[in-house]
Design a protein around this ligand. Sequence first.
Ligand code: NI
Length: 155
Amino acid sequence: MAIRQIRYEGDPILRKVSREVTEINDRIITLLEDMIDTMYEYEGVGLAAPQVGVLRRVVVIDIGEGPIKLINPEIIEEEGEIIDVEGCLSIPGRAGNVKRPEKVKVKYLDESGEEKIIEGTGLLAKALCHEIDHLNGILYIDKMIEEVELDEDED
Ligand code: NI
């Protein structure tokens, strides 16, 4: 378990497309654990592997209900629309309004390689969409409707 170095906006790695995980080996398990430690250290609600410099399709999320580890997450259904404020650990000191689906269904592998489906609304839907965008080199500022005055409690 270790805290990893966060990559910040301007680092080209954040703009690259991450590769699928084909084998859940010790490196991936350690990556997941380190990402959770790093997310908690920086008080984020989610973190994607490229944010710690690893171009693999791995995401961790905790909206206050315990950690969720997602390998190769993929949105398979989305519904509705909502505009809400977002921040990002890779873009400190900023926040902005982004339009996202209100509800998403995401397929992923858990750390034992079992295929799972998670449905999220509200904060969870927002986190899932935001983190999956990171795996495709997309940052929330690309979709931002307007900048928002930073609230200390935002992610
Ligand atoms: Ni982010």
